[in-house]
Structure formats: structure tokens, C-alpha cells
Design a protein around this ligand. Sequence first.
Ligand code: GLU
Length: 419
Amino acid sequence: MDITDGALYQNSVKILEDAGKIINCDPNILNRLKKPKRALIVSVPVRMDDGSVKVYTGYRVQHSMTLGPGKGGIRYHMGVDLSEVAGLAMLMTFKNSLLNLPLGGAKGGITVDPTVLSRAELQRMTRRYTSEISNIIGPDKDIPAPDVGTNPQTMAWLMDTYSQEVGFAVPGVVTGKPIEVGGSLGREGATGMGVVFCMEEACKKLNYRFDDTLTIAVQGFGNVGSHAALYSHQRGARVIAVSDVDGGIYNKNGLDIPKLIAHFKAKKTLDGFENAEKITNEELLCLDVKALIPAALDGAINAKLAEKIKTKLIIEGANGPCTAEAGALLVSRGVKIIPDILANGGGVIVSYFEWVQGVSSYFWGEDEVNAKLHTAITSAFHKVWNFSETHKISMRLAAMSCSIQRLEKAMLLRGLYPQ
Ligand code: GLU
């Protein structure tokens, strides 16, 4: 597969071109942004528990390092391929630029279903993958983090492997680590919290009350979806439906999210939760709710589904959940979409805080982390909202335009090497 073949990559290039027109971007800069700086494909041989050896394929793509070291998560999922990782790396460049972080964009992943591996197999796979990409990562080069299918434990193994190779502890090589090995308070829930902060600002703009009248459906109950549901619930909104890969549950009077999280942890399924009906993922996405949070995978909302969507507010917890066609259709019907590079930016903002705290070996309290996250994400929200109102364009196009404006200035100042 060629790097540019995938739908996510092509969607990202298309929106880049559209935003380039809005800000009248230098065409040489646009051309450079359409391709990643560097892409590494590695074989990851792993000894399985039964003694056999399986060989997985892993990737790390560094899309841009103009604004600082590469930054972006590592995904373990069967849908991972070179083009998807490159598209996600590109989105990280745009996200980090929009959020005013001193970071470039990168992404990594392994084509694997992590749910069928034992803990020992996962550890061996993570360590070998880290070793294979260790030449191009590092606290000043490229800093991975969790994404779909990975978690703080994965990051601890990555940090340990890298540290063993260089001979001393290097906590700054990765973010999203457990607190005990240099993680930041508030990092685990940060993406979900950022989603909720953006939803609060959007509700103010749309004159929606943030209380029991705010009905919410959340697609995906991983790290992003479960925290977004929890913080919405804690702030008084009514989460009436959530789902995971196997389908969803619904109660029009609202789900007790803290209880549901405990149920999900114990049973590993949403099924069987008290006072809730079963619904499909498609039914969930089409519910007549005040706000919809797609927090599963890219491409979850396609054009066919978009026609049936009833909500007027979508906050993108996942990266790329609406296809380009679906997004255009929804916007033409007056739906406000708070785009991924803004809405799910809370994760990488607190990753940046983790990195800063690690470098200075001085750690902040959780309230301080959350307050700083609030300032960072709400100021980005208002920048994008105002740009979108001034230019009468969608929030996605506005977010991309603000992002490319910063990148263009930095790239022109740094110039092209050699001349
Ligand atoms: N994987 C997350 C994202 O897509 C977090 C990346 C990071 O913290 O570096 O934004």
C-alpha cells in the first residue's frame, strides 16, 4: 500500500487544501505538508506463550518536526497500516500546531488485535517494537503516547526498554506513563475532559443548558469515551446511551455512569447493565440527542449514516470519526461539528504538561493540571469559533486554517535546507 492510499490520509490532504485556500497559503508549504517527513516500517517478531514466533508489522511516522519533537500516540489495532498511521501523524501535526504546543506530529502502531494477546505477549511485543524504533524516538526527537489499544502500562514498558538500551532512566521518551514512573496527574482522563470542556463552550454558544436537559450519546467506551461520559455525568448532563465495538445500551432517563464504569471493568462488557435497553452502534449515532460524541474509530460516520443523524452538535472524541463526505453533509444541514484536532486535544495538551513536568522534575497537583488544560483548550476553542464566524466556514475548516497559519509562518522562517 502506498502512503497516500488510505481514506483518512486523503481526507486530511483534502481539508489541508481547502484550508490552504482560505488563508492563501504558500503552495510550496502546502506541498511539503502533504507528505510525511519520515516513515519507518519494522518487523516485530514475538515469542508467543506456546513457544511459536509470530511476526507483526509496526510503524512510526513522523509527519513534521518544524515546531518541535514529533508527538503522537501508538495504536495497536487490526486496522493499522502505513497510510492510516501517516494520516494520523498528519492530524497530530495540525492538532499540535492549533493548540499552540511546541511539538511536531507523529504516530505509530502495530497491526495486531491486542485483546487476544496475553499480558506477557503484549509486553514482549511492545519491548521489541520499542527497540526497533528506538533510533528515531527520544525526549528531544519524538515522544510516543497511548492511543487506541495501548495504555499507561504499555508506556511504562516502552520507557523501560528505551532506558535499558541507553543505560539510564529516560522518562521523557514517552507520555501517558503511570504516575509512579513520572506520569502526570490528570493525564489518563485528559482527552475526555478536553472533550467536555469543548462541549461546555459549544453549549454556551448554542444556548444549550449544561444540565439534565443536555442529553448525550457517546460512541466508544475506551479511555476517551468513558471519561467523556463520566465528566459529562458529573457536571450534571444526562448521558442516555453509550456503546463499544459490540453495541450499545440506552436509557432515556440517563445512565448511572460511575456504576456503568465499575460494571464494564468487572464484566468487560456493557451488556447486562441495570435499567438499560440494548441498541446498535448505528441506532446510537442516530439518536435524537442534544450532543453526540463519536469516540471510537475513524470513519464511524459515513455519508449514508449522516443523512439519518438527528443531533445538531457533534464533538469528535476520536480522530477522523466523520468521513469528508459525511462532514460536508452534516454541516450543510446546520450541524455544528467540533473537530477532532480541537475536541480531542486534551490528551496531547496534558502529554505536553507531563513532558514539561518531567524535564523540570517538578510535579503539579491535579487541579493545577486541569485548570491549565481548561485554559489551553478553551482558548483554542474560541480562536477557532471566532475564525469560523468571521470567515463563515465550518469549525473544521477554521481549525485547520488556524493550524496551518502557524505552521506556514514557522516553515517560512526556518526556510528550506539546502536553499
Ligand atoms: N493519541 C492521542 C491523540 O491522538 C494523544 C497523543 C499524545 O499525547 O501524544 O491525540
